[in-house]
Design a binder for this molecule. Structure first.
Ligand code: B16
Ligand code: MG
Length: 218
């Protein structure tokens, strides 16, 4: 039997940091004189910080010099980090620890594959860092999802063939990245949005141990 590897996205899969990203982008939008809604924030999920700011400025019809752009990137992240420092294990999404523990007990390699450059401190804050054999995040990639780079690097670091990797994702771009990498894609969230995934669940409470066993033996 071939070794199976599991790759988890962070935001929207392990923790709900989308609400903090939203608040930080909203604060910046308000400072620049326009509104930013939760509906608009949906399009920011799984998208890099730089790309998010480009979209935000388009929404607000704001032109920026390179210097302003860089400054606003820093400002948004500092604001975001002020929310992150207050995070704790209570913010882990339901049943994530059970799934991680189940895989760990079976010595299954586990990776994080996230667009965030703050992945490590967040995992540390919620006390989950020790589950991960490798962390691949926004600091390690040059091409954003839907490019499969983040997951391909993770598979390589886990020393598992791509076709034997399982990816949990909440963003369409992430599902596409997993499919392009020839990995098993599991959508976490709205099935209508994530219909390109091979499997769909609202959250990890719907994923039982027998399903995980099946993925391991695939
Ligand atoms: P940062 P994921 C993504 O995380 C978020 O979904 C996205 O909204 C955010 O802009 C991106 O990380 C970059 O985050 O500003 O912390 O580097 O879903 O890929 O885990
Ligand atoms: Mg995500």
């Amino acid at each position: 039997m071939k070794q199976t590897g599991f790759i988890f996205d962070l935001d929207g899969v392990i923790v709900d940091t989308a609400k903090y990203h939203f608040l930080a982008w909203k604060n910046l939008a308000n400072e620049l004189g326009f509104e930013f809604t939760e509906e608009q924030n949906e399009f920011f999920k799984g998208v890099s910080r730089k790309r998010c700011l480009e979209i935000l400025l388009k929404i607000g019809k704001v032109d920026a010099t390179q210097k302003q752009f860089d400054q606003w990137m820093i400002e948004k992240n500092e604001d975001y980090l002020n929310y992150i420092v207050k995070m704790n294990a209570s913010e882990i999404l339901p049943d994530v620890p059970r799934v991680l523990e189940f895989l760990k007990e079976r010595k299954i390699p586990i990776a994080l594959g996230s667009a965030s450059k703050n992945a490590r401190p967040i995992l540390q804050k919620v006390n989950l860092l020790h589950y991960f054999d490798c962390i691949v995040d926004g600091n390690n990639v040059t091409k954003a999802k839907p490019n499969p780079e983040v997951f391909l690097i993770a598979a390589k670091q886990l020393n598992v063939a791509s076709e034997h990797c399982v990816v949990f994702e909440d963003a369409v771009a992430g599902i596409r990245a997993a499919n392009t990498a020839n990995m098993v894609s599991v959508g976490i969230g709205d099935e209508k949005v994530l219909h390109e995934a091979q499997f769909n669940f609202n959250d990890f409470t719907e994923i039982d141990n027998s399903f995980l066993e099946r993925l391991i033996k695939k």
